[in-house]
Ligand binder design. Structure first.
Ligand code: FES
Length: 127
């Protein structure tokens, strides 16, 4: 799968909205660092987090076991499996929040916002 990624932390800097349908278009033209925006391929045996790490990126994580939500991402396009989830309530899954530590892309193309652990509702969840 080909994954286009964007760091949630840069949205504020640019005044971009999470719900903007053209968010990734703006990011593509935004002259961002490779660490904040770009794409990579995920091999079939890799979780999304592992793939990011194997390509040299440092995405947030802690437990690697589906229990902390530090590794949370928002899936803007495509779908990420979530075999282990002991933290996200149904309403967050409904908002396309997923766990990258064990999630595996199930579509050929994906767009994901990583580093969303700073979303207010996720901060609360981790208290
Ligand atoms: Fe803890 Fe993914 S690293 S849920």
């Amino acid at each position: 799968s080909r994954v286009e990624y964007l760091n949630y932390a840069v949205l504020d800097d640019h005044g971009w909205d999470l719900d903007d349908d053209d968010l990734f278009g703006k990011a593509a033209e935004g002259d961002l660092d490779h660490e904040d925006y770009g794409e990579f391929l995920v091999e079939p045996h890799e979780s999304l987090l592992e793939a990011a790490e194997n390509r040299g990126f440092m995405w947030p994580f802690a437990c690697r076991g589906g229990a902390c939500a530090n590794c949370a991402v928002i899936v803007k396009q495509g779908e990420l499996s979530m075999p282990v989830n002991n933290i996200l309530p149904p309403e967050m899954i409904e908002q396309d929040i997923r766990l990258s530590c064990n999630g595996i892309p199930v579509t050929d193309e994906m767009q994901v916002l990583y580093n969303v652990k700073h979303l207010p509702e996720l901060e609360e969840l981790r208290l």
